[in-house]
Design a protein around this ligand. Structure first.
Ligand SMILES: [Zn+2]
Length: 71
């Protein structure tokens, strides 16, 4: 959910979402969404959540291949 910066309407469903992994150790994932305000017909982007990725256990210095596919 995001709030339109122009009229303040809350939009529940994003048109589209994507995630970006940031941070030195790529441990924080931010979820972004594109929203369309139904009142003023304005499109805007907003971050709608963030989560910390689990850190790798120290016994495993190299993450398995499927965990390196962050985009
Ligand atoms: Zn609006």
């Amino acid at each position: 959910m995001a709030r339109c910066s122009v009229c303040g309407l809350e939009i529940e469903k994003p048109l589209k979402t994507w995630t970006v992994v940031v941070g030195k150790n790529r441990r924080t994932r931010i979820i972004f969404g594109t929203f369309l305000c139904e009142r003023c017909r304005r499109k805007f982007k907003a971050s709608i959540g963030r989560e910390r990725l689990q850190s790798e256990p120290k016994a495993k210095p190299y993450p398995p291949p499927h965990q390196t596919m962050y985009v």
